[in-house]
Design a protein. Structure first.
Length: 318
């Protein structure tokens, strides 16, 4: 059994460019490791990692054990990896372990998070930020308090982005005041994350707030997304106004950037999806859809045209 694991580690560490069926040895070994589900491998890998002096081999073994943890649903591996964070001295290795923790199982609330907390204070940027990402995978409510305390003590704009990303995952009502303050931050990505995080916490309670942002032209995509997720028919007029504004002039395909397309949707598509819910009870919506298909079809971006083809045209015809 250990022979198989050491062989797998060696293949993962293979840096040759020789291809087998179109893929390198290392790539094939990584995909093989992702499929492992033999729980008996885990204690063998514990011992191997503790004893192996070569950093690359330890890294490969840690990758394997992370996949086993996910495939066997064994949270004890998480405890082992957190303990490794105390022992490893190499910054790349520490970062890699934290990246594995981010991609692995949810960290149970009873596991001591001190190694990750300590690493969010590291002078090394990669260690600090990968620790923040790893904390996204925990169910411990104390993580929110820790994130809020970090937000108060740092002026580093990149750290603030990662802390906001963490709050989007773990934040509750107590994070809302901090998130509201971040809506005035100078970085657009931080403001966008803060708005999305606040919306996912407040949900339908702040529907009027989302509409105000949409009508003011601030964080328009995020406001439209929040309305799509949490608002009711009271937001129809605000969404219709925004759609009319979007289609008031032609847009080029070059505008289909990360700012206009998120998760496969433009803000126009989100708005149309929202209106589509109420199409049978609101005649004004049918008029808006007719205007889009009859007067503004050439103004639509390719993804939007496909959405209209699949959703709107039958609705308008009926």
């Amino acid at each position: 059994m250990i022979e198989y694991l050491t062989n797998l580690v060696a293949r993962i560490c293979d840096r040759s460019d020789q291809l087998h069926n179109g893929q390198t040895t290392s790539w094939q070994a990584l995909r093989e490791a992702e499929q492992l589900a033999n729980h008996a491998y885990i204690p063998l890998l514990y011992q191997y990692i503790d004893q192996e002096p070569d950093k690359d081999k330890r890294r490969a073994a840690i990758f394997i054990i992370t996949q086993l943890s996910r495939n066997t649903n064994d949270p004890d591996v998480i405890r082992f990896l957190l303990d490794r964070l105390r022992m490893e001295q190499d910054a790349d290795m520490i970062t890699a372990i934290q990246q594995d923790l981010e991609r692995g199982l949810t960290i149970p609330g009873y596991i001591n998070l001190e190694p990750l907390y300590n690493n969010t204070l590291s002078v090394n940027n990669n260690i600090r930020r990968s620790a923040l990402l790893a904390l996204k995978g925990t169910s411990n409510p104390a993580v929110e308090d820790w994130a809020l305390s970090l937000l108060k003590r740092t002026n580093n704009e990149y750290d603030i982005y990662y802390i906001t990303l963490l709050l989007h995952k773990v934040g509750t009502q107590k994070s809302v005041p901090a998130l509201r303050r971040l809506l005035e931050y100078h970085r657009q990505d931080v403001k966008s994350l803060a708005f999305a995080a606040m919306a996912d916490i407040e949900k339908e309670k702040e529907a009027m707030f989302y509409m105000r942002y949409l009508l003011r032209g601030q964080l328009k995509f995020e406001a439209m997304e929040a309305i799509y997720k949490y608002a009711d028919e009271n937001a129809i007029q605000a969404v219709t106004t925004r759609i009319t504004e979007l289609l008031s002039k032609r847009r080029s395909n070059a505008r289909m950037t990360i700012e206009t397309v998120k998760n496969g949707f433009t803000d126009l598509m989100l708005g149309m999806e929202f209106l589509f819910r109420f199409r049978t009870v609101k005649s004004d919506i049918r008029k808006t859809f007719s205007w889009i298909t009859e007067k503004r079809a050439d103004y639509l971006l390719p993804e939007e045209k496909e959405w209209v083809r699949r959703h709107l045209t039958p609705a308008v015809n009926h």
